[in-house]
Design a protein around this ligand. Sequence first.
Ligand code: ARG
Length: 496
Amino acid sequence: MKKKKAWLLTILVVAVVGISIITGHSNSLKAVSSLGKDTLTMITSPDYPPYEFYDTKGGDRQIVGFDIDIAKTLAEKLGFKLQIMESDFNGLIPALQANRADFVMAGMTPTPERQKNIDFSIIYYEAKDTIVAPKGSNLKQPQDLLGKKLGVQLGTIQEQNARKISQKVAGIQLKQLNKVPEVVQEIKSGRIDAAIVEDTVAKGFAQANPDLEFNTIPSEEASGSAIAFPKGSSFVEPFNKVLQQMKDDGTLAKLVTKWFSQNTAANSVSSTPAKGGLNLDFTRILPDIPFILRGIPLTLLFTLLSVTLGLIWGTILSLLKILGIKPLTWVANAYTSVFRGTPLLLQLALVYYATPQLTGYDISALEAGVLTFTLNSGAYMSETIRGGIQAVDKGQSEAAMSMGVPYWLMMWDVILPQALKNILPALVNETIGLLKDSALVSTIGVVEILRSAQIVGANKYIYFEPLLFAGLIYYVLVMGMTLGASALEKRLRESE
Ligand code: ARG
């Protein structure tokens, strides 16, 4: 009896502490309207050195770059504080439309289509497209891309330009990826032949990856970067004024030299990757390992919380199912079938993106993650628990009933404890599954292990090594958990 109370208390404490940490932790997109107007909120896609990328030196994560410096100067001159948020590039315009930020700086080029949905400042930096390819490919102009596989970042004008090229040049196969470093990695692994990338960005990647080369595409029009605002924003005017000032007084030129003249990316690479074979070089991520490791507590907290809440929710659902009240059973079954019948990733995206629109509550990425995982694992666990309950010997409930023990008390005191013991192995499996699936929340911007690894990859212009390292961490965590669980199971069996 005492033991059970202790258990219940532990579960409650985990839930309460976890939830408060999570709600406190939420540093993701908050609706701008909720901010006092002394702060400007900018959103960017920090996969784009030297415009914007992560500085992870010293284990901390900071977004730095050309755009960031400009934004800081702008905010300061206009008398605002600056808050910076992030998303994949293709999520930036939707974020402006949903009013989740005051402006976007992400090396974004004004195009007529974009201008239908958002407003732009004047251009602050001109850029040209290049073809990035393995050294010696000698791809200089669109015609050279005949029959090639071509990579681009999703939602960028490079994607559009690639489409245009493929209308003129035969046999081009397009591959769109979310982040520029992913595009570069695809070239390195030979899955695509080339990519279209802006010149300054291409330069950085080529310097860090000596096995790559880039050639500027000769074209009539140069494209440029401008600041983007929600349609009708009153900030366009003041921003333009200050931008013009910065152009005139040389501030902008200074920033251009600072970020574009040398190989900025804070992390210039000294070692040259070995030729041929598997050219892995983990020394390049050595300084970033503390940063990746920092994702572990969040991943664990996330898992623990989802399992705990999922267990509670799953128990409730399973009781609804076996209570014998038709409508309740029906609802619980329908719920389970929906949550088991649709992809977790889809549920996650729905909860994260639709909640603000449907309820007005601006849910943070982390909260959305915990909520989705709880709802989802509750569905799975309810079946497991139901099975566990039904596996408890009927004689026990009959005995309890005949002694006049009320139904709920019997459930609580007799049936559930035994059921839980029976399903322990299944619960461990569920926990392991959740731990690994927690990587999915990286897609909505929670910086857990996988996301940290991707950040380091973006930062260092490499992809493979940090991912391998992240895989190792997951594996070690799962192994630890498995060992712990079998020890626990053994103890429970012995105490029988
Ligand atoms: N200039 C291009 C565009 O507007 C690419 C910008 C990509 N920016 C980024 N942060 N990934 O489409």
